[in-house]
Design a protein around this ligand. Structure first.
Ligand SMILES: *[C@@H]1O[C@H](CO)[C@@H](O)[C@H](O)[C@H]1NC(C)=O
Ligand SMILES: *[C@@H]1O[C@H](CO)[C@@H](O)[C@H](O)[C@H]1NC(C)=O
Ligand SMILES: *[C@@H]1O[C@H](CO)[C@@H](O)[C@H](O)[C@H]1NC(C)=O
Ligand SMILES: *[C@@H]1O[C@H](CO)[C@@H](O)[C@H](O)[C@H]1NC(C)=O
Length: 369
């Protein structure tokens, strides 16, 4: 039995090797290692197993990694990005069936402290950090992202991609409240996305889903920011569909943050819908403003107090959400739905320590408030 299996394995390995005859000319050790910015394009054009080691990216340049299908990239040592006032991104990674990982001790350093002015997107122009456009079963894992100037990781036009074991640390931006709009993960125009086992320390949304379906977020530890968010209908080209559906958050912690869960729809955007979204087993602590905040009244990026049903919220399940509040403006639950805007919710929320009572408007009748 054993030898038959072994022979089969060897045959399979030989078949796999001969299916990729270029393999031997590619991946020739040191020549597939990028240590200076000038090597990026030639290495990308000839290698599929790439190491980026101790790279300094010049100010105002994107480290653009447009990878051949099936490529592997490993970040080693410190990758540092020069400082310039531009929009970024500092890195863009695109490709199908790609693997991107961080070697032990590596870091991607955005040098945020040199940009932070307490005003985020409204202050001096700052680069976004990492944009991912990956597809086809790509896996990005174990990346250590330090001090994003503003938004950290943006997934755009991704499908069938997994992000696992990210460590996003912008906690230095807490100092003098200088870091702003440092979102952990922003997800738009994407589907079949998994984000798991990751830590986000920042000053804005831990996760913000803008437009996506089939997204699974699990085992995230968020602190310092604005919580686990959906922000739907912001699309600048109005009339574009902004649906968020089939999104599942589970087994997350949110601590020392403004909100635990925040769902907002924009009445000046849409059309769209939020449907079949669930939050399950979310533990909160040290939440300053709202444990669970759901409102349908955003316009020009701000709440107006006048909700609209242009983006209905249906099939929302918030269960096993528990924990505690702090601070004198804290409310466990705030809901502001438009007439007919919110339907078919499941609800099991137990949050203690709020200083103010709940405030709910037009919530589904089973929602305890
Ligand atoms: C082909 O490349 C892979 C990944 O770099 C490597 O593990 C494998 O040994 C290579 N195969 C051959 C036949 O060179
Ligand atoms: C709801 O979304 C989950 C993914 O989060 C999916 O597995 C499930 O099939 C969806 N349910 C329906 C009724 O579409
Ligand atoms: C509850 O929220 C609504 C909508 O923002 C507001 O108009 C109302 O004054 C609030 N009620 C209390 C008691 O705070
Ligand atoms: C309510 O929402 C759940 C979860 O998305 C879904 O499975 C169910 O079909 C919905 N029920 C109705 C009546 O729409």
């Amino acid at each position: 039995m054993f030898s038959v299996k072994l022979v089969t394995l060897i045959a399979a390995a030989l078949a796999a090797a001969s299916a990729f005859p270029t393999n031997e000319t590619l991946d020739v050790g040191a020549s597939c290692t990028i240590t200076s910015f000038g090597q990026v394009s030639s290495v990308l054009s000839s290698c599929t197993n790439i190491v980026i080691s101790g790279l300094s990216v010049p100010a105002g340049k994107t480290l653009e990694l447009t990878l051949k299908s099936g490529s592997t990239v490993t970040f080693q040592g410190k990758t540092v990005f020069g400082v310039a006032h531009w929009g970024g991104p500092l890195i863009q990674i695109s490709g199908s069936k790609i693997t991107v990982k961080g070697a032990s001790g590596h870091v991607l350093d955005g040098q945020g402290a040199q940009y932070w002015d307490g005003k985020g997107d409204l202050g001096a122009t700052k680069p976004k950090f990492l944009r991912i456009k990956a597809t086809g079963g790509s896996v990005l894992s174990g990346l250590h992202i330090l001090n994003c100037p503003r938004q950290c990781v943006s997934l755009n036009r991704c499908d069938h991609v997994t992000l696992d074991g990210f460590n996003i640390d912008v906690s230095a931006g807490d100092k003098n409240k200088l870091g702003h709009n440092t979102d952990g993960f922003d997800i738009s125009s994407s589907h079949d996305v998994v984000i798991s086992n990751s830590v986000v320390k920042n000053q804005d949304d831990c996760v913000a889903v803008n437009k996506a379906h089939y997204v699974t977020l699990s085992k995230l530890q968020c602190s310092g920011g604005h919580g686990l968010s959906l922000s739907v209908g912001m699309s600048k080209t109005s009339k574009e569909d902004n649906t968020v559906s089939d999104v599942h958050f589970s087994d997350c912690t949110v601590s020392n943050s403004d909100n635990g869960i925040h769902i907002k729809t924009h009445s000046d955007g849409g059309p769209g819908v939020i449907n079949n979204v669930s939050y399950e087993n979310i533990k909160l602590s040290g939440i300053a403003n709202y444990g669970v905040n759901i409102e349908q009244d955003y316009e020009k990026g701000k709440p107006t107090g006048i909700p609209k049903a242009n983006i209905p919220i249906t099939g929302l399940s918030i269960t096993g959400v528990s924990g505690s509040m702090t601070g004198k403006n804290s409310k466990a639950v705030f809901i502001l739905c438009a007439d007919g805007g919110c339907r078919n919710w499941s609800w099991d929320v137990k949050i203690s320590g709020a200083h103010e009572g709940n405030n709910c408007t037009k919530q589904p009748s089973n929602v305890e408030c």
